[in-house]
Design a protein around this ligand. Sequence first.
Ligand SMILES: Cc1cc2nc3c(=O)[nH]c(=O)nc-3n(C[C@H](O)[C@H](O)[C@H](O)COP(=O)(O)O)c2cc1C
Length: 136
Amino acid sequence: MKQILYTSVETQPIDEAGLGSLLDRARTNNAIRNVTGMLVYADGHFLQALEGAPVDVDSIFAKIAADSRHRDVHVFLDHAIPTRTFSDWSMGFARKNIGEIAEKTGAVNLNNLSDIYRHVNDALVLDLMVGFVNLD
Ligand SMILES: Cc1cc2nc3c(=O)[nH]c(=O)nc-3n(C[C@H](O)[C@H](O)[C@H](O)COP(=O)(O)O)c2cc1C
């Protein structure tokens, strides 16, 4: 199994309905391929974890990376994992704001979510995401 973590930035403001249809499609596709994960949306930025069999994760991620709804897709973790972090969620979701995330990480210089990988280690990012999915 493998896990990918990436950040990206929306190209246009995405509204509630836009997020809803994105998540619906994501959950349907991911369930078919047994891909699990978590999507955080914060002030126009995305942070997503995807996990599953490498062929499935790579196939879904190829579609995501080509999606014109976001840009600056930056993969900061792509590694083999023994067990899933988000086994219960075909795609968990949380809406947060960057200030809140910065506070939780102690990364005071977090000006945008795409900077998170520069300031926070991968394990802490995952811990944070797990906390979010449990709350929402
Ligand atoms: C931030 C973001 C996260 C996404 N996450 C997923 C996902 O987890 N799974 C998925 O299948 N599609 C996801 N998508 C949508 C894909 O880019 C693509 O539109 C979709 O997979 C196409 O599905 P289809 O081939 O069934 O038409 C995401 C898109 C964005 C912008």
